[in-house]
Ligand binder design. Sequence first.
Ligand SMILES: Cc1ncc(COP(=O)(O)O)c(C=O)c1O
Length: 370
Amino acid sequence: MPDRVDFTDIYVDDEIVERVAETLRSTRYVKGDRVEAFEDRFASNCGTDHAVAVNSGTAAILLSLRAAGVGEGDDVFVPGHTFFATVSPVLELRANPVFVDVNPETYTIDTAALEAAVERSESPTAVVPVHLYGQLADVVEIQELADKYDLTVVEDACQAHFATRDGITAGTAGTAGAFSFYPSKNMTVAGDGGMIVTDDEAIAEQARRYRNHGRDDAGVHRELGLNYRLSDVAATVGIEQLDRVTAWNQRRAVAASRYDDHLGSHPSVTTPTVAEGANHVYHLYVVQVPEDHRDALREYLDDNGIDTGVHYPTPAHRHPAVTERVDPPTLPTTEALCDRIVSLPMHPRIDDESIDRVCEAVEAYFEVVA
Ligand SMILES: Cc1ncc(COP(=O)(O)O)c(C=O)c1O
């Protein structure tokens, strides 16, 4: 069925395979020039002074927070509606995740709720806004709050490669930005990988040391680090995909607007809202449906050969790894969303016919089955 997707086929073409073969033949697999070239090009495409390649988006968030000095006892504000990897680095650093509800339209951290949470906090230290599904959180307002309350901002841009809002590119508004290249992301490295971007040289240098056993240029391990290095094979794929990601993002946006046209006025379907001034890159195309229909709709689509997802069925603050450490707050918008959302097929090779078939199947479910 055309909607069941093999991401390898989408993202890795013959030219990429050839470049990878060259890197394999070079036998320079780690700490080689491909990683440096990938960092230089990624930084230049984002418009930041530095980029530090690491082996996952989770590591990018962790090392950014750690390099910015976040540690035990610090309050770190995170949205409730996100993938768990926004939160696990905070817990790993023994800092306190403070969960904040999201805006009901954009699904990104609610800035009024954020300010209220900061006001209540005894040790407000950092915020990790998530550019969920490919749309930036309100980075201008968040930076104003960060300036007012002296907060570090680590943007979780893992789903938002080269999305913009108010002319600002994802990952570049705050202290540092973290990207993931996991195989389903808007660009990948054909495996796990991540990137930190920052204009702060001290943070970049610190993150470089943490990713390589805390080793300095003289080979001395002055502080504790682990191995968070990206391989040169992965970087080779990343370099090639950087050349393709803009076209892929454009195709995603065209696909999203076809979905919008088809489903935007359906009484039982809420299509995504794009904030004014935002350029959404649609890592995911997520609609809301009445909660008593969500699972039945997904089953109906599955029976018709259409894969869907739920990102995410459990609010981040309701996972046992959190609740055994902190008292979970009640976040009404986050909790309602988790029961209502469905991710429809979205990838850079989806064709108009497939989109129409998905939309017709959604309509048929509500007409015939519901
Ligand atoms: C919002 C968000 N944050 C963090 C991550 C973590 O990235 P990775 O899987 O590369 O560690 C992901 C991706 O999975 C993500 O979607």
